[in-house]
Design a protein around this ligand. Structure first.
Ligand code: UD1
Length: 451
């Protein structure tokens, strides 16, 4: 007999959420900005860095390269890259975090060489790197794949500016190209770039370090390379995906909630969809209030690059639409395998039919979801199960909390600010071998710290 320790989230459904809570700093801005600190000549101090496990992995990666990091406060981190001596990012860390690939650009800028394990695929689909490679080659590198690593090496003492047109906007490739180009010799023009707020936050951070970047907010960025970048103090933008997740948590309970310390413009496409469903949306400079007293129906969603509807809120939107009257249609255009979580929603009584050919989900609203034990297959799908659990009758126990913790800093506390009954539990799962099969029995123990 074997024992395994599992951390789960237990969600008591049917409680109408009310009140207000705040969003934390953006994961997808913090990760490349931490990587960009490799380019700074002096120490970098970052505020509003979320305490999530993806940040811990990037922290370990930067340490493995020789950087020194320390917490100065709950969400303030100082990074000193003066002793960085390695340009190799090992598979052991990259496999835990595809965004580890963000270090390629800074390492090329700093050493003219980078050896970084390829991210390969993840549960959402393939994580191709051809657009990253296109940029590195244009900037003057030899690039090859060797034993699972991307090896990029500048042919000259410094990278040189280039005119690069991407076949599609990629968040990762735009970031990496920008990170490599800011200290290149001459001017780089990047066309058809991603315009996500996190890309712009990275550019603003680089600019604060002394980089020269024009055209932000448009699909063409022009970078004049500078010889070196200096240390800086900088605050990360609010996390729009956390904001959106909290909004869906509120509306799925037909609640009236206010999300503070966020940027309403960053979730405009989401607010438009909520309005279409009959939800009352009010915004201020840094807050959003949603009142879901009268939901009139579902909607149609197509995920798309920013300012389109974010793919990272697609699962949470589907979970909400499972409870909205009528039929909704949700098409995923960014990742090719992002609907696997609907099997878990089905265990809660949801009616969602997925067409693999068109990467589309047809969601029929049901009168009542029912709480069930479910498993989070990835970060945002885990969040979607929380959304569903909040509306369900009874208790939902979500295994796979480690995924949720990759992107949400103490989600249960944000929800408890809104009156949600969500608890983090540690339980022992006994694995019993019987006739070649494993049977599992969980004995959950509620942790006293969580609300
Ligand atoms: C980032 C976000 C992720 C979000 C995604 C889309 C981070 C850490 N992650 O991921 O949460 O879901 O943006 O908003 O910021 N592609 C290629 N070739 C390439 C690069 C990408 O074909 O060279 C494809 C990918 O396979 C994927 C799509 O483009 O299907 C989107 O990728 P990209 O925009 O690069 O997203 P990520 O940076 O991986």
């Amino acid at each position: 007999m074997l024992d395994r320790l599992d951390t789960t989230l237990r969600v008591r459904g049917g409680v109408r959420l009310e009140g207000s809570t705040s969003t934390h700093g953006a994961k997808n801005a913090a990760l490349p900005i931490m990587a960009a600190a490799l380019l700074a000549k002096g120490p970098v101090t970052l505020h509003r860095v979320p305490r999530i496990t993806d940040v811990s992995v990037m922290w370990s990666l930067l340490e493995s390269l020789g950087a020194r990091l320390r917490y100065e406060g709950e969400n303030t981190v100082t990074i000193d890259s003066s002793n960085v001596a390695s340009f190799r990012a090992p598979y052991a860390l990259v496999r835990k975090l595809a965004a580890s690939f963000d270090v390629v650009g800074p390492l090329l800028g700093r050493f003219g060489r980078a050896e970084v394990a390829l991210p390969g695929g993840c549960v959402l689909g393939t994580r191709a790197t051809d657009l990253h490679e296109q940029a590195f080659i244009a900037l003057g590198c030899d690039v090859r794949n060797q034993h699972g690593y991307l090896i990029a090496e500048s042919k000259h003492a410094r990278l040189h500016g280039a005119d690069i047109e991407f076949r599609m906007p990629s968040v990762g490739a735009t970031k990496n190209a920008m990170l490599a180009a800011v200290t290149a010799n001459g001017t780089t023009t990047l066309r058809n770039v991603a315009m996500e707020p996190e890309v712009i936050d990275l550019a603003n951070f680089l600019t604060a370090m002394g980089a020269k970047i024009a055209g932000l907010g448009t699909d063409t960025i022009v970078i004049d390379g500078v010889a070196e970048l200096h240390g800086v103090e900088y605050e990360i933008i609010p996390d729009r995906i956390v904001t959106g997740t909290l909004l869906f948590c509120g509306v799925v309970t037909r609640g009236d909630v206010t999300i503070r310390r966020c940027v309403p413009a960053h979730v405009r496409s989401v607010l438009e969809k909520l309005t279409e469903c009959g939800i009352e949306v009010t915004t201020g400079t840094d807050w959003i209030r949603v009142n879901a007293g009268a939901i009139t129906g579902g909607t149609e969603i197509l995920t798309a690059p920013y300012p389109g509807f974010p793919t990272d809120l697609q699962p949470q939107a589907v979970a909400f639409l499972c409870t909205a009257p009528g039929t909704s249609v949700v098409e995923e255009s960014i990742f090719n395998a992002r609907f696997s979580y609907v099997n878990e929603l089905a265990r809660m009584g949801a009616d969602v039919r997925v067409s693999m050919e068109s990467n589309t989900a047809v969601v029929k609203g049901v009168a009542q979801l029912s709480g069930a034990p479910v498993e989070a297959p990835d970060i945002r799908a885990g969040a979607a199960l929380v959304v569903a659990g909040l509306a369900a009758h009874g208790e939902t126990e979500i295994i796979g909390l480690e995924y949720i913790d990759r992107g949400y800093e103490r989600l249960e506390e944000m929800l408890s600010d809104l009156g949600g009954q969500v608890q983090r539990s540690v339980g022992v799962t006994q694995l019993v071998e019987a006739s070649g099969l494993f049977e599992t029995t969980a004995y959950p123990r509620v942790s006293p710290a969580s609300g």
